[in-house]
Each structure stands twice: as C-alpha cells, then as structure tokens.
Design a protein around this ligand. Sequence first.
Ligand code: ADP
Ligand code: NI
Length: 198
Amino acid sequence: MLKEAEKLTEIKAFVFRLFHDDVTGHDDNHMQRVAEWSRLLAVKEGADPFLSEVAGWLHDVGDDKLFASKEEAIKERDELLRNLHFSERDITYIHHAIETVSFRKGKTPDTLLGKVVQDADRLDAIGAIGIARTFAFGGAKNQPLYRKEGGSSFSHFHEKLLLLKDKMNTPSGREEADRRHQFMEEFINQFNRETASE
Ligand code: ADP
Ligand code: NI
C-alpha cells in the first residue's frame, strides 16, 4: 500500500512537470498554495483533507486556457491517480469537484470537496498574491496595465476580483477572503491616487 505522503510526492512531481514554466500566474506555486488552502479549509469545514489537497494540486490540469487538449490532460491525470491506487470512486469525486471549480465558468460546486477547492482557488486570486497574479497574467497576454476606458489588468479588479468575497462557499474561506479584500481595496485606492490625472 502506498502511503498518502508517497502519493502526494508523485502528484507534486506531475504538477511540477506540467506547470513549472507557466508565466500567467498558473505555475506550480499556484497549485501548491491552492493545495495547502484546500487542506486547511477541509480541516475547518469537515471535508476530506487528503482528497481536498489532491484536488487542489490538480485543479488546473486540463483547464482549456492552459492545455491544448483538455481530454489528453485529464486522461494523463486519471492514469496517474490509478497508478497511485486511488479508487474509481475517489477519482470520479475528484474529477467532478475540479469540473466545478473554475470561476470563469461561474459554476457553484455541489460537493464539499468542490466548495473548498473553489474557495482556495479564489483566495489565490485576491489579496497581495491575487494582485501579483493579475499583472503577471496581463503581461503574459500583452494587456495594458490600466486604461481610462476598455479592458486592462486594472479593470479586472472591478470586473471580477472585488466580487469574489461575496461568492465564497465556506465560512472559513469567507473570513480569509474578507482580509484579502480589504488589502485589495487599499491597493486600489493608492493606485487610483498615483495614476490620477487632470
Ligand atoms: P479560472 O482559472 O479559475 O478559470 P481565470 O482564468 O478567470 O479563472 O483567472 C485565473 C487568474 O488569472 C485570476 O486570478 C487573475 O489573476 C488572472 N486573470 C484572468 N483573467 C484576467 C484578465 N483579463 N486580466 C488580468 N488577470 C486575469
Ligand atoms: Ni487555479
């Protein structure tokens, strides 16, 4: 029998291989932060901590903005989990939870696993790290920092990031989101002050 720690070591190596070179804010460090927060929120909310951590590590595998073939990536992920002796039930549970995580697609997860992983992913989109990722993403996509009108990295705060705290699924996710939200508002006020022109 493989121990949980051994399974996680293999999963981390898989994630490192897939995401290490990403410069859009979706590198392996994003996966690690989401995995750690997924475990933490799972402990507080009564979800399975191990499966939550695993789903956190794997939540962006197959995301269509990061992978040429979603199906290929998901097949590879499930092969890995089978090789690591995850049950078919757990593989389906993880798959289903991950399918509901993306906030771009606006789904609300119907399992506790999906709820904690979505909250963990949303926490990583706000606060100091969320600010850093937004401008990294914008730079990688040749987007302007800010504009008086039209789309820019800065406009993403109003379009999406400031809305996230009210969309959190769990009380402990919401608590951390409130802290991060406050910091973002300070940043936005200061940014507006420094960029204001006649
Ligand atoms: P998900 O990966 O959950 O589907 P997104 O792709 O919308 O969600 O966003 C992931 C991260 O990418 C966000 O946290 C944000 O930092 C960044 N991002 C997405 N869209 C934009 C954008 N138009 N401008 C700047 N950053 C963006
Ligand atoms: Ni993510």
